[in-house]
Design a protein around this ligand. Sequence first.
Ligand SMILES: *[C@@H]1O[C@H](CO)[C@@H](O)[C@H](O)[C@H]1NC(C)=O
Ligand SMILES: *[C@@H]1O[C@H](CO)[C@@H](O)[C@H](O)[C@H]1NC(C)=O
Ligand SMILES: *[C@@H]1O[C@H](CO)[C@@H](O)[C@H](O)[C@H]1NC(C)=O
Ligand SMILES: *[C@@H]1O[C@H](CO)[C@@H](O)[C@H](O)[C@H]1NC(C)=O
Ligand SMILES: *[C@@H]1O[C@H](CO)[C@@H](O)[C@H](O)[C@H]1NC(C)=O
Ligand SMILES: *[C@@H]1O[C@H](CO)[C@@H](O)[C@H](O)[C@H]1NC(C)=O
Ligand SMILES: *[C@@H]1O[C@H](CO)[C@@H](O)[C@H](O)[C@H]1NC(C)=O
Ligand SMILES: *[C@@H]1O[C@H](CO)[C@@H](O)[C@H](O)[C@H]1NC(C)=O
Ligand SMILES: *[C@@H]1O[C@H](CO)[C@@H](O)[C@H](O)[C@H]1NC(C)=O
Length: 453
Amino acid sequence: MKRLVVLAWALAVVLGSVHGDVRRQWGEQGPPGSRPHSVTITEFGAVGDGKTLNTVPFQNAVFYARSFADKGGAQLYVPKGRWLTGSFNLTSHLTVFLEEDATIIGTKESSQWPVVEPLPSYGQGLDLPGPRHRSLINGYNLTDVVITGNNGVIDGQGSVWWDWLSSHELNHSRPHLVEFLYSEEIVISNLTFLNSPAWSIHPVYCSNVKVHNVTIKTSLDAPFTDGIVPDSCLNVCIEDSTISVSHDAISVKSGWDKYGISMGRPTSDIYINRVDLQASFGAALAFGSEMSGGISDIHAAHLKIHGSNKGFSFKTTPGRGGYIKEVVISDVEMDGVLVAIEFTGNSTSHPDDDFDPSELPVIDQITLENMVGTNISVAGVLLGIKGDPFTAICLSNLSFSITDSAHSSPWSCSNVSGYSESVFPEPCSELNTPSSDSSICFSLASYSATAVA
Ligand SMILES: *[C@@H]1O[C@H](CO)[C@@H](O)[C@H](O)[C@H]1NC(C)=O
Ligand SMILES: *[C@@H]1O[C@H](CO)[C@@H](O)[C@H](O)[C@H]1NC(C)=O
Ligand SMILES: *[C@@H]1O[C@H](CO)[C@@H](O)[C@H](O)[C@H]1NC(C)=O
Ligand SMILES: *[C@@H]1O[C@H](CO)[C@@H](O)[C@H](O)[C@H]1NC(C)=O
Ligand SMILES: *[C@@H]1O[C@H](CO)[C@@H](O)[C@H](O)[C@H]1NC(C)=O
Ligand SMILES: *[C@@H]1O[C@H](CO)[C@@H](O)[C@H](O)[C@H]1NC(C)=O
Ligand SMILES: *[C@@H]1O[C@H](CO)[C@@H](O)[C@H](O)[C@H]1NC(C)=O
Ligand SMILES: *[C@@H]1O[C@H](CO)[C@@H](O)[C@H](O)[C@H]1NC(C)=O
Ligand SMILES: *[C@@H]1O[C@H](CO)[C@@H](O)[C@H](O)[C@H]1NC(C)=O
């Protein structure tokens, strides 16, 4: 029953009918995120000259806004200007609104980004073992938060962090731009996110998160910058957005090895619709490689992918445990992609040496359908794990025009099985297992019908 309610919510989001519900939840005062009370960041002494450090004004403004939490909540208004700040927290029932030409800028002083414990499902920081820098804008244990604007900008000035990482001067793992932990009913919309030190938007242990109409960019040669990373989250909807980063544009995760296994928080019910993705060294849409809490029920449609190393990448390794299953990706245009489809069972980075190689991941019921690709070098590299094959990998109605004749074979497969129909170039024989038919495939149509019934 609970599951049906959850599904109904997610379907409502996909069908665009959630607006009415959101307005009902916030009262009838107007557009989503409007609040009966408003404060302006300048009332707390902030100066938008791009030089004055405004960490304390942001912290004080949020502290004041908290007093309206049980009175319908408050808006924190950020007017036109360049608002330099270090890390600050949000509060429940808050809307942060960035006016046109308002830019929140992350300071280059690393001391303004305090160091906190690593996430429990990771055990370690991602760049370096041990603690990590807190993100620029943080939500911890919150409900009903909106970050929106009239196309304001949140700029992380990530290049200092990228340089520290490359020159081994970093003391702790890099911060993200926006991170929510243990939170629900989050909306992020109508904004531009630039040059995050690491990831741009990271909801972790959250539910009911909607990211709509955002632009995310980082320098394409930055080291490992990801766009949106739904991580151990339920019900995340990402729509009508443009992401162009150096590593994975959208990366679906759920924890790392034994830390993720013991935390046991899966990612499920993720809806991705109408997005434009570029991932210069990573994948436009990636799964894992941290997936130890499990990933399932992922629906992605109407994707445009260009200038990327990989189109889709499913990454795992022995020791990771967990699963990636019940994924359907459809209606995709790709152009200028090195490897359109990657499955790898050999993503070998571990939080520490203390992993159990007998914890084998399950990769099952992944459907990729209705895709057209131009200027593709390799159609697919699908390498499962010996003794732990990836199963029910289904390809339907895919057409890739291969331009790079230097790669001898458009497909390479091992330790995978599945089904394919109307795929050009002709896929490897592993995906035409003689005994299997399309009934092994996970399908959006039958899934939605079941959910609605
Ligand atoms: C985003 O902008 C659109 C168009 O102006 C508006 O309809 C929508 O309500 C905005 N979203 C939020 C959360 O303010
Ligand atoms: C921000 O939230 C974190 C986690 O709850 C807390 O440890 C920290 O003290 C908060 N910082 C401020 C300035 O409120
Ligand atoms: C999280 O929020 C809930 C309800 O708002 C509260 O009861 C709980 O103490 C909070 N936990 C922490 C660690 O702040
Ligand atoms: C997207 O956001 C911009 C402002 O950032 C707004 O002008 C535009 O109307 C929004 N579009 C939609 C479809 O919400
Ligand atoms: C690393 O720590 C050293 C010693 O405390 C400090 O001087 C340096 O600024 C730190 N580097 C960064 C990038 O925070
Ligand atoms: C093909 O894609 C590659 C990689 O994105 C790009 O460098 C190249 O210019 C593209 N070629 C054509 C003919 O579009
Ligand atoms: C996995 O990758 C490592 C290098 O990262 C390589 O040494 C090893 O041979 C690979 N294993 C398999 C089974 O491909
Ligand atoms: C095959 O995929 C293309 C591209 O997405 C789409 O236009 C076409 O309708 C699909 N054909 C069928 C039979 O679904
Ligand atoms: C599984 O992959 C290994 C290499 O990683 C290969 O030696 C073995 O033949 C493969 N098994 C099957 C059944 O394809």
